[in-house]
Design a protein around this ligand. Structure first.
Ligand SMILES: [Zn+2]
Length: 148
């Protein structure tokens, strides 16, 4: 997992559907999904946090935990909605990075999202491995939900 794929809000783009679709070239395998190189890489002005935060918009901080208002209401809300649906919370991610450093975080994430079949990365948005289990996406009704 790559450090440059950790967004300022703590989102780990390494496990995002749009990034995994790109690196696995799912279109070539018959599954059309949006492709993305990662929030930080394309300087994404996300509607969750960045558009509403002057410090992020003006590059005053690199990660939200550097802010004296961390965790602010915006990121708490974002983290909660992700925790409910996608088994992760940005606030927890950033707290971990702040306390233990990026290297340890990436190691822990690699373990957390590791596909038990092929060892590649599963997607946080649906729990599917785009490397060995992409066929599932062809019949999946809700593409951005885990099967409970
Ligand atoms: Zn796999």
């Amino acid at each position: 997992m790559k450090a440059e794929l950790i967004a300022p809000c703590g989102m780990n783009c390494n496990v995002c559907s749009n990034y995994l679709a790109l690196i696995n070239d799912t279109k070539a395998k018959g599954v059309k999904l949006p492709y993305c190189i990662g929030c930080r890489q394309r300087d994404k002005k996300c509607s969750f946090v960045k558009k509403k935060c002057k410090k992020l918009l003006n590059y005053k901080i690199d990660f939200c935990y550097e802010c004296n208002e961390f965790p602010c209401e915006l990121i708490i809300k974002l983290g909660k909605s992700y925790e409910e649906r996608y088994h992760m919370n940005m606030v927890d991610n950033l707290g971990y990075i702040k306390e233990h450093g990026m290297e340890k975080f990436l190691k822990a994430e690699k373990k957390k999202w590791r596909c038990s079949k092929c060892g590649k990365t599963i997607c946080c948005h649906n729990g599917i491995c785009y490397s060995c289990d992409l066929e599932k996406m062809k019949i999946k009704k809700k593409r951005y939900r885990w099967e409970e």
